[in-house]
Design a protein around this ligand. Structure first.
Ligand SMILES: *Cc1c(COP(=O)(O)O)cnc(C)c1O
Length: 388
């Protein structure tokens, strides 16, 4: 049986008629940039993130509250051209730049770090915990008088203790930036990621849980003024046609992607449920002492963008899986501090041993909407029979 690491076609096919209808609606509308599709998508995506799960109405809403009233209903959204732009522009609009430090976990995708460095700010790396999330204890040790923000990356669709992180940011007067590119709909104590801090940054790259059919991204915030500034910035800094307030960028989420994303958004709960079932099944059935499986920590609601195992003989395992026609992906083989692009930061091999160890051991096994139990069992059997 041939099993790919990821599949995007099945999600389209499942609701094909609706996607095609949305695409045709845009094509026939004669309006392709900054129109009704985008503004309605922004409202719907804000509402999706504002909702606190009915499972737990009592617990209080938790956020830094540095920008805007900290209330669940108070969430605004601006669509952008990509997840990287969401990070870049989101951080820029917080006023973070040259000479400022942003604390971020070392084992993230390079785009998280680029969002910091594109603004001239300096990333300060900390190690991940045993679940690949930022090591919360290491955050406070890394704070200096230059620190302006903490960026939390909800890596692989997992969520860490946001109550503790919000508390640290509040006590030290730091902005909290959330990189939610892999975690649409994930929750901590039934509160959606992206709503804990000052800006929540999303990617809708096609492979993400909430994928568009091209590049797209968005930021959310509790502060309507902040969102207005982002909307001005994304359109050449123009708040009114041909009147430019600031030197901005061209980073608009187009009408076609917005219309298609509105369809995807309707099915997000279904998409997340299915991924959670697949992950639960993996965790229950994988039983190879040479393989460490990921966990969902108490009070978190993971959306399983990836199901990432760890294995000491990872490269051998990849070859073994290849022989059985099972795809897998390393997220990520080279951590940002060791990338050629960041040689100028002057980091050395061995500086972040846990980050580096994870880069050598992590492996994302097949996980996609539309995966059958038969396909999953084939992967499980193969993994359980593996010996280094
Ligand atoms: C995908 C991703 C991004 C970048 O999103 P793009 O839309 O590809 O620019 C940023 N951060 C993380 C963690 C990602 O996985």
């Amino acid at each position: 049986m041939k099993i790919l690491a990821n599949r995007m076609d099945l999600g389209f096919q499942k609701h094909q008629a609706e996607y095609e209808e949305a695409a045709l609606r845009v094509l026939r509308s004669g309006w392709y940039i900054l129109g009704k599709e985008l503004s309605s998508f922004e409202e719907e995506f804000a509402a999706y993130n504002a909702v606190k799960s009915s499972d737990n109405k009592e617990s209080s809403f938790c956020c830094t509250g540095m920008s805007g009233a900290c209330e669940p209903s108070n969430i605004y959204c601006a669509g952008l051209a990509s997840g990287l732009d969401a990070l870049w522009i989101g951080i820029r609009m917080l006023g973070i730049g040259q000479g400022d430090e942003v604390i971020v976990q070392g084992n993230t995708y390079i785009a998280s770090v680029m969002g910091i460095t594109m603004n001239g700010a300096t990333p300060v790396f900390v190690e991940p915990d045993e679940n690949s999330q930022i090591d919360i204890d290491a955050i406070e040790r890394s704070i200096t008088d230059k620190t302006k923000a903490v960026m939390v990356v909800h890596l692989y669709g997992q969520v860490t203790d946001m109550t503790r992180i919000v508390d640290i940011c509040k006590r030290h007067g730091l902005f909290l930036i959330e990189d939610c590119a892999q975690a649409h709909g994930a929750m901590w104590k039934w509160q959606k990621v992206g709503t804990f801090g000052d800006v929540g940054c999303f990617s809708f790259y096609p492979t993400k849980n909430m994928g568009a059919f091209g590049d797209a991204g968005a930021v959310i915030s509790h502060d309507p003024k902040f969102i207005d500034e982002v909307k001005t910035y994304r359109n050449y800094g123009s708040h009114k046609h041909y009147y430019n307030k600031v030197v901005g960028a061209n980073s608009r989420l187009d009408e076609m992607q917005a219309a298609l994303l509105k369809v995807r958004l309707k099915y997000m709960d279904e998409i997340t449920d299915e991924r959670r079932k697949l992950a639960k099944r993996y965790s229950k059935k994988l039983s190879n002492p040479e393989i460490i499986t990921p966990i969902e920590v108490d009070d978190s609601y993971a959306v399983w963008h990836q199901y990432v195992i760890r294995c000491k003989s990872r490269d051998k395992l990849i070859e073994y899986l290849k022989d059985k026609e099972i795809g897998s992906i390393i997220h990520y083989p080279v951590p940002p501090h060791l990338q050629e692009a960041y040689a100028y930061l002057g980091h050395k091999e061995g500086e972040y041993p846990i980050t580096e160890e994870y880069a050598n051991e992590v492996l994302s096994i097949p996980m996609y909407n539309g995966m059958t139990e038969e396909e999953q069992d084939y992967v499980i059997d193969a993994l359980n029979s593996y010996r280094a």
